[in-house]
Design a protein around this ligand. Structure first.
Ligand code: PGA
Length: 259
């Protein structure tokens, strides 16, 4: 479990729709050695079918297992849906909400994402809220407006106390899976903007403790430079988290920096 209300760096792998249960167990067992004595929090957001076995493999280690999505409903006749209680029951200690692939490919609106966030925090579930602008929006120079709308609408009615359960992941859509990461300067500038917004709405104390991850083509080669930035508190890693070698190197770029 990630401790609440501390700004400890956090690196989470988002496996998307990849891997088998056997692969997940083996990966977690190997990653456990990397996590020992590590000054950061490490998580893996795995497909629903792997949560229970990955959580079992992660028991007694410093690795948190989470889900990549959940229903905005508590329970009921919703064929194919998985509730917050169900992922918790399976062993998830956090959930990703509002990933751009959910927004774009599965038509999740800011309203639905807000319902999911509220459902999660009301269940005391740690929540990684993803926000980010598209390439078109980036080129139009409206990144700040887009992020402000997402933050305000997705976190609407979240209380100061519940904000302690939130991690923000800034993931420019143009950087996800493209190999083209945002520069450290662009990411830092955007993270600062988000932290200020949070401070204005929920107070400086919450903003100071809020972990803001960067996501979008994070690799061993660019991880160190991004982590050098004051407001970049970790990563949400897609493609590079599928390989134990590259995910380990990303985690170790943090260790090198700390020592
Ligand atoms: P990527 O994905 O690291 O493969 O760009 C990041 C994400 O989708 O969270």
């Amino acid at each position: 479990m990630f401790p609440e209300s501390m700004r400890v760096r956090k690196i989470i792998g988002n496996w998307k729709m990849y891997k088998t249960i056997a692969e997940a167990k083996a990966f977690v067992a190997s990653l456990a050695f990397v996590a020992i004595n590590n000054p950061i929090h490490i998580g893996l957001a795995v497909p629903f079918t792997m949560i229970a076995s990955a959580a079992e493999a992660a028991r007694g280690t410093l690795i948190a297992i989470g889900a990549q999505n959940m229903s905005d409903e508590a329970e009921g006749p919703y064929t194919g849906e998985v509730s917050c209680q169900m992922i918790k029951d399976a062993g998830a200690s956090f959930v990703i909400i509002g990933h751009s692939e959910r927004r774009r490919l599965f038509q999740e609106t800011d309203f639905i994402i807000n319902r999911k966030v509220i459902r999660a925090v009301n269940s005391n579930m740690q929540t990684v809220l993803c926000i980010g602008e598209t390439l078109e929006e980036y080129n139009q120079g409206v990144t700040k407006e887009v992020l402000k709308k997402q933050i305000m609408e997705n976190l609407q009615a979240v209380t100061v106390e519940q904000m302690k359960l939130i991690t923000l992941a800034y993931e420019p859509v143009w950087a996800i899976g493209t190999g083209q990461s945002a520069t450290a300067e662009i990411a830092e500038h955007t993270h600062q903007f988000c932290r200020e917004l949070i401070a204005n709405k929920w107070g400086k104390n919450i903003a100071d403790h809020l972990v803001i991850q960067y996501g979008g083509s994070v690799k061993p080669e660019n991880a160190g430079g991004l982590l050098d930035q004051i407001d970049i508190d970790g990563f949400l890693v897609g493609g590079a988290s599928l390989s134990l070698d590259s995910f380990t190197k990303i985690i170790q770029s943090q260790q090198i920096k700390v020592s």
